[in-house]
Design a protein around this ligand. Structure first.
Ligand code: MLT
Length: 354
């Protein structure tokens, strides 16, 4: 213990502490990486990479890759829930996000994930970029790649836009949502969150409620869940139910009360007003009454049913605040898990053993 009556001793101890802090600041990352996270680094060195250059969707993804991402996300979650969150495997990598549509969760989550793996990240501000001067998507992406970028994370209102870019550049492309086609990392984080609650999804019943027609989340969820053997029911008004959705293996229902009765998970989707060219239902109030999740409706489902939503929530429309903030809701856990899943995806595409 410090003897407060001995000023010389006090000065010596304080000086030593300052020197130690400075040395740790300068070289601290070496100690943190070499000592504290040695086990994670070993794990990372042994992990394989994904077979594909890009992550464009969950449709057609091999079960091996799907399980590899989910397993790696589990290790990543352990890393980023520790007090010192950063590990070095993507230290020399450059990642750029290019979002042609608004985003809060997905973009921040990708940046956070990349930073935790020590990659450098940049976000292209489209309103001030050359896109505003009429540059094509491919030209924009080729120019970004020419600056030594390793991965491009793209969100676009056109289904297939990231696929087109992926064909034209060598860097990895990650689809962060393309029109109403797919949102693979959202599908992965939804599945990861479900697997934290149920050890397996085989024969589990997942009910996806809402604007199925315009939802890329619904499609990615269905492809991933069906690959893992889950039973998926999609529920919504007939006008928001896409033709041929049964071909994905999902069962269609127009009766939410009947569908959620034996559900293990209810994933509620946002009404995608920005993609709806006409009015698909008479009024928001009517939609909320017929398809909104409220406490009364939920009380008729299984006691341990888990409620999910990819966000952003329109409170009072897709679900009431009471349900969104209830103990059955894992909406914020989904957001946390999004970082783990995106760390896994970035690591498996850019790091890992080739
Ligand atoms: C998306 O971009 O699709 C979101 O994650 C969900 C939504 O916008 O409703």
């Amino acid at each position: 213990m410090l003897d407060i009556f001995c000023p010389t001793k006090y000065i010596i101890v304080a000086t030593a502490a300052v020197i130690r802090i400075n040395v740790t600041r300068r070289f601290g990352f070496i100690h943190i990486y070499d000592i504290i996270y040695d086990d994670e680094i070993q794990l990372m060195n042994s992990v394989k990479s994904l077979k594909t250059k890009d992550l464009l969707g969950l449709q057609g993804m091999s079960l091996e890759d799907l399980n590899l991402i989910l397993k790696t996300a589990h290790s990543m979650k352990e890393i980023f829930t520790r007090p010192v969150k950063r590990v070095p495997p993507l230290l020399a990598k450059n990642i750029v996000t290019l979002f042609y549509e608004p985003s809060t969760r997905t973009r921040t989550s990708f940046h956070t994930a990349a930073k935790m793996l020590s990659a450098s990240t940049q976000s292209v501000a489209l309103s001030t970029s050359s896109v505003a001067k009429g540059e094509t998507l491919i030209d924009t992406c080729k120019n970004i790649e020419a600056m030594g970028v390793d991965a491009l994370i793209i969100r676009h209102s056109m289904a297939g836009a990231p696929h087109l870019v992926a064909k034209n550049i060598k860097a990895s492309v990650i689809n962060a949502g393309d029109g109403f086609n797919e949102h693979p990392t959202q599908g992965l984080l939804d599945i990861f969150t479900m697997l934290e609650k149920a050890r397996t999804l085989k024969d589990k019943h997942i009910v996806i409620v809402g604007d199925i027609a315009h939802s890329r989340v619904a499609r990615s969820d269905i492809w991933g869940l069906r690959a893992l053997g889950a039973k998926v029911t999609v529920v919504g008004p007939p006008s928001l139910m896409p033709k041929d959705i049964e071909k994905t293996g999902a069962v269609v229902s127009y009766d939410i009360d009947k569908a959620i009765k034996d559900a293990d998970f209810i994933n509620v989707l946002r009404i995608q007003k920005e993609r709806q060219k006409i009015g698909y239902f008479p009024s928001i109030e009517e939609y909320a009454q017929l398809y909104g999740l409220n406490s009364e409706r939920l009380s008729r489902a299984k006691k341990d049913v888990v409620v999910m939503h990819p966000g952003p929530i329109n409170r009072g429309v897709e679900m009431t605040s009471e349900v969104a903030d209830s103990l059955q809701s894992v909406i914020l856990e989904q957001v946390t898990n999004g970082v783990a899943v995106r760390m896994a995806v970035l690591f498996l595409l850019l790091g890992g053993k080739k």
